[in-house]
Write a protein of this length. Structure first.
Length: 320
């Protein structure tokens, strides 16, 4: 370490304000792996030349996070040096700064975007990727998203347009499935109450992980996990059908009646009471254009499936 570097470090840890030019030099210095080793030796040397003092320092929380860092050994040595060099170092400041420079995990806090029943939203993530959330959906990601990783957790249904970044794959975990992509467009449907988790690829390429199984799917393919049978099924899908909700359309295609009821409850934020046994063999194929009223939807479905209904506020009762 040259004299200029030593003077810069001493000025910083003494709490003095750095000029813009000095701060740039200091930033370059801390980001140089070669100088990190020299910095540790420099601090240890200062410690050996200092007088012992008892100092109450709350390093445990930081040290716990450092244990999972790839720089674990170096960081432990650094913090030992810092804690013992309290007589000559402005410890609180340099400890915090060095922690954020050397440890890649800035925060373990999770941020959550969500929609309620009857609500849709479109968001742009910090990396520029776009996400459309269907009704009753939660999307969570860490506060440091886009820095060291691009990992998200999905509960519900969402359509993704991913910003390409070859160094940071885009990973979405939904139930037991993890979908990984670089730059692509795909849809994931993973409602907790559904017996199926689906990942449908529109453009690009994605890898889907389930346990120790990895599958790469191509545009136009959908990989579905049957949660009851714990089985994966690869098949073709209709983009128009899978993205109908994004286009504010309600589309059913040989859809089981219980699934129809679940969608209507989420779409219109209502509660529907009916006897599933009376409809267990029935399906529905119909399309409703944008912003169709609940009354019109029920009127059409009741004629197709032959039932009566009564609406009271947010409650609907279906009888045969």
């Amino acid at each position: 370490m040259n004299k200029t570097s030593e003077n810069l470090i001493n000025k910083f840890i003494s709490g003095q304000r750095l000029s813009d030019e000095e701060f740039i030099l200091f930033n370059d210095f801390l980001n140089d792996l070669h100088y990190r080793d020299e910095l540790i030796r420099f601090l240890e040397k200062n410690w050996q030349q200092s007088q012992p003092e008892e100092v109450a320092l709350q390093f445990e929380q930081i040290r716990e996070k450092i244990r999972v860092s790839s720089l674990k050994v170096k960081m432990n040595r650094l913090f030992i040096a810092l804690s013992k060099a309290a007589a000559i170092l402005f410890i609180p400041l340099i400890a915090a700064v060095l922690y954020f420079y050397f440890n890649q995990t800035i925060s373990s806090e999770m941020l959550t975007l969500s929609t309620e029943k009857g609500e849709f939203t479109h968001v742009i993530l910090p990396d520029g990727s776009r996400v459309w959330l269907n009704v009753d959906t939660k999307l969570s990601y860490p506060a440091d998203y886009g820095l060291g990783s691009r990992k998200l957790e999905l509960e519900g249904e969402a359509y993704f347009e991913v910003k390409k970044d070859e160094e940071l794959p885009f990973e979405v975990t939904s139930g037991n499935l993890t979908t990984t992509a670089l730059g692509t467009r795909f849809v994931i449907s993973a409602y907790p109450e559904s017996s199926v988790i689906k990942s449908s690829l529109l453009e690009g390429s994605v890898e889907i992980k389930y346990g120790n199984t990895y599958k790469i799917i191509e545009p136009g393919q959908q990989l579905a996990l049957d949660k009851n049978k714990q089985a994966l099924v690869l098949k073709a899908f209709s983009e128009e059908y899978e993205l109908s909700w994004k286009n504010n359309q309600l589309v059913f295609r040989l859809t089981p009646f219980d699934h129809v009821i679940s969608i209507l409850e989420k779409w219109y934020d209502i509660s529907i009471v009916y006897n599933p046994e009376l409809f267990k063999s029935e399906t529905l194929t119909v399309r409703f254009e944008k912003y169709e009223s609940l009354e019109n939807v029920l009127k059409v479905i009741s004629k197709v499936n032959g039932f009566n209904y009564k609406v009271e506020g947010n409650n609907v009762k279906i009888t045969k």
